[in-house]
Design a protein. Structure first.
Length: 141
């Protein structure tokens, strides 16, 4: 089961990367028009921070607080780099032999990432952008 969880996390991480790579850098500054919302870049900042924070928690077996190293979420290259770094870091964790607490944290990370996918779908639709093929295939958008 833990290897399947790791595969789901990796697929989710790949989808996030695909969307950011697909979007024009100006899209990172967009929000949801006429609604109280953060910018798309702030969603990505939260994703990176959650990946960093949950990965530390999974490694240690306990939540250690939220932090994010991404300082420029409106610039595409730093976002893509942070997404790749966090994906590689998660890939280094041996999922076989995780404790129940660590598995619970990994599920929390997956839930967080997928929740943001739903939010990102709303951003793309509201701003009349389009999706990469991987999102069309996965989410039938």
């Amino acid at each position: 089961m833990t290897q399947k969880l790791k595969a789901q996390l990796d697929r989710s991480f790949e989808l996030t990367h695909d969307l950011v790579a697909h979007l024009d850098e100006t899209a990172l500054g967009l929000d949801l028009p006429n609604l109280p919302s953060n910018r798309l870049a702030d969603q990505l900042w939260c994703i990176v921070g959650a990946r960093e924070s949950y990965t530390k928690a999974i490694e240690s077996g306990r939540w250690m607080g939220f932090s994010c190293s991404l300082k420029t979420p409106r610039q595409k290259q730093p976002v893509l780099s942070a997404l790749e770094t966090t994906r590689q870091h998660l890939g280094e964790i041996r999922f076989s032999g995780l404790t129940d607490a660590q598995i619970e944290l990994a599920f929390g990370l997956l839930e967080h990432e997928v929740q943001h996918h739903g939010q990102l779908i709303r951003y793309v639709y509201a701003n009349r952008l389009n999706f990469p093929e991987s999102w069309k295939k996965r989410y039938t958008v």
